[in-house]
Design a protein around this ligand. Structure first.
Ligand SMILES: NC(=O)c1ccc[n+]([C@@H]2O[C@H](COP(=O)([O-])OP(=O)(O)OC[C@H]3O[C@@H](n4cnc5c(N)ncnc54)[C@H](O)[C@@H]3O)[C@@H](O)[C@H]2O)c1
Length: 331
């Protein structure tokens, strides 16, 4: 505590009533000021020399010869495979995902494969949040959008049916796979259910509906390998023109029954999966397969990789090597 008053003692000598600073102390202060100024200059120089200073992030500007694609749902099954293909084709990719379904592990695999600056960025955001979406679009310069974000399980969709073709398989080089969260298992797709049964995670496979008007009584679907599906998207991207709309069916054009699928799954896994036959599931049509003639005609695309047993064998290989999928998915 100090008090004001005539008696207050000060270390500063007084010269004719003026404040006077001791020259020895003065030069000490000067040194400190010069040192601080040098330090500040050094910091400014270092920041200026850093590659990101002054130049905006590569994601925020268009670059000749580089296509920047926003992949929504890129942590999910199809989106992650699409991102892999785009990165392999030297495109720049921004993944936006709220991780409600997908796997951060899939994004990490991609980041490890393409660590160079300006190749891949991940933005954790919900597309249902307009503020977040506006910010993403104002801060990034996209050339195209591939939209895969969705709540995509058939079981859930029966309240508000959508149309589905069934995607199977995984990256032939084994870097990505299909890894639905354990809590979503009961809504999962037939390939996941087959693999779970083959691994003994579940008691067996439940086939719902054997009295459809089809050759063997089970539903018929058009199964397409994820590599083919992504390839169709890339073909569409190559041909896309601003203001032009193209809507295509992406499938093989060939329907396969659930019984055929199960047989292929048994062959691919080498496991004699136990099958329980149950009543029909609400929302299922007897027979759904695509007419891919338009995409062949306009984009010269047709499925090249889809082979039920082979596609399942590739996916099974990934499953066996990733018993816990991508592990926990936390941001
Ligand atoms: N897998 C199939 O058999 C199949 C078949 C036909 C069509 N599709 C369609 O393909 C798309 C992708 O399917 P998938 O199998 O990869 O599904 P998925 O569940 O593996 O991936 C969907 C991704 O979207 C994300 N997502 C969901 N809501 C979001 C939101 N509001 N904001 C940000 N991210 C969000 C999830 O976290 C997830 O990573 C879907 O539109 C689906 O309907 C899939």
């Amino acid at each position: 505590m100090f008090t004001r008053g005539k008696t207050q003692r000060t270390n500063r000598p007084s010269l004719g009533g003026m404040d006077y600073v001791d020259p020895v102390k003065k030069s000490g202060v000067k040194r400190k000021i010069v040192f601080a100024a040098c330090l500040v200059m050094l910091c400014i120089t270092m920041i200026k020399l850093s590659p990101s200073f002054g130049s905006p992030s590569p994601f925020s500007r268009h670059e000749a010869g580089v296509t920047h694609v926003l992949v929504t749902g890129g942590a999910g099954y199809i989106g992650s495979h699409a991102a892999l293909r785009l990165l392999r084709d030297s495109h720049r990719v921004t993944i936006v995902d709220n991780l409600s379904r997908g796997n951060l592990g899939a994004v990490k695999v991609l980041q490890n494969l393409f660590p160079e600056p300006g190749r891949l960025q991940f933005i954790y955001a919900d597309l249902g949040d307009p503020k977040a979406v506006n910010k993403i679009f104002s801060e990034n310069a996209f050339d195209a959008v591939m939209h895969f974000a969705a709540v995509a399980y058939v079981g859930e969709s029966t309240l508000d049916p959508l149309k589905y073709f069934n995607v199977i398989g995984s990256d032939p080089d084994g870097r990505l796979g299909e890894a639905p969260r354990p809590e979503l298992r009961e809504h999962g797709r037939i390939s996941g259910a087959c693999f779970d049964a083959a691994r003994g995670i579940t008691n067996g496979l439940k086939v719902r509906g054997t009295d459809y008007k089809t050759a063997d009584g089970t539903c018929i679907r058009d199964y397409i390998d994820v590599t083919d599906l992504v390839d169709a998207h890339v073909k569409a991207l190559e041909k896309a023109q601003p203001g032009e709309v193209g809507i295509y069916n992406v499938g093989t054009g060939r329907g396969r029954s659930v019984n055929e699928f199960v047989k292929a799954c048994k062959m691919a896994t080498g496991v004699n999966i136990k099958v329980d036959f149950l009543p029909r599931r609400p929302g299922d049509y007897a027979e759904v397969f695509s007419d891919p003639s338009k995409i062949l005609r306009e984009l010269n695309w047709s499925a090249q990789y889809t082979d039920l047993e082979k596609s399942l064998r590739v996916a099974w290989r990934w499953q066996k090597l990733h018993l816990n999928g991508y592990g926990p998915s936390k941001v």
